[in-house]
Design a protein around this ligand. Sequence first.
Ligand SMILES: Cc1cc2nc3c(=O)[nH]c(=O)nc-3n(C[C@H](O)[C@H](O)[C@H](O)COP(=O)(O)O)c2cc1C
Length: 119
Amino acid sequence: MDGVTDAAFRYITAKHGGPDVILTEFVNIQSALYSPQTLLQDFAYSEIERPVVAQIYGKTPELFYQVAHIVCELGFDGLDINMGCPAKKVAATGCGAALITFCARKRHTLPSRPFDNHT
Ligand SMILES: Cc1cc2nc3c(=O)[nH]c(=O)nc-3n(C[C@H](O)[C@H](O)[C@H](O)COP(=O)(O)O)c2cc1C
């Protein structure tokens, strides 16, 4: 959850709550690619959080693909593409809940084959 589940929150939750799975805040795919600070800060996690899933959002299939590789390289246990956030500032840009309405785009977003380092 944006603005809530940062690394510190997730660490405390993992230590004292022991959830079955933990997700990061959603990270914008453009920021992940072009802002090193975002990448380091928003994708930072502790081993105690495992299984830990990176949640990302955006609307451009090629950028989803590139960020998916970064997420794999960083050792996350899973990747979640946000298609549910209805917040105006997200959905109004074609991301989040709006993404699922673009069926053709969605078809291209989801990989038809496993990523290279998972084969
Ligand atoms: C119904 C709902 C679903 C949301 N889903 C997510 C989510 O899946 N992941 C996430 O990181 N943030 C999620 N958010 C957080 C919103 O994106 C966040 O509250 C919003 O960007 C904050 O905007 P504001 O600071 O302008 O109020 C959700 C918010 C709402 C209201």
